[in-house]
Design a protein around this ligand. Structure first.
Ligand SMILES: [Zn+2]
Length: 135
């Protein structure tokens, strides 16, 4: 399945590792990327195995799409952390709340864009599948 999706990875990525994490009951799958080493690791959790083929593909596409929007989200979080560098010891509740609201907003924006990218790819895959098997 990942072979078919290989075209979706950014060009800078040279190595894709897939690991099964039998202990993780909280996630379906998740990905970590290391741009310096040009690699990513996709971790598959037990819940992933319960999904249909189409849902598994959608999950993998979602994780792969994070390679494209994670740098924007990371940059926004870096800026936020620069502004609120001492948030751990911050006694100003307004600053703590502002940090939490802003970081949640960034996370929502990243996931929203990611979903849009995922749906776009899934529509293209569906169209491609229909052309190959019109019956
Ligand atoms: Zn996500």
């Amino acid at each position: 399945m990942l072979d078919e999706l290989g075209i979706l990875f950014p060009l800078w990525m040279q190595t894709v590792r897939v690991r099964f994490d039998p202990e993780d009951k909280d996630n379906v799958a998740y990905m970590t990327a290391d741009k310096e080493y040009r690699r990513c690791t996709i971790r598959i959790c037990p819940a992933f195995l319960e999904l249909s083929d189409w849902q598994q593909t959608e999950t993998l596409v979602h994780e792969i799409m994070h390679n494209f929007n994670a740098p924007v989200g990371d940059a926004a979080m870096d800026q936020l952390n620069t502004l609120y560098h001492d948030r751990e010891d911050d006694e100003d509740i307004n600053r703590v709340l502002a940090y939490k609201v802003a970081s949640a907003s960034i996370a929502r924006a990243v996931e929203g864009v990611n979903q849009d990218l995922t749906y776009m790819i899934m529509r293209l895959l569906e169209r491609q599948k229909t052309k190959q098997d019109p019956g």
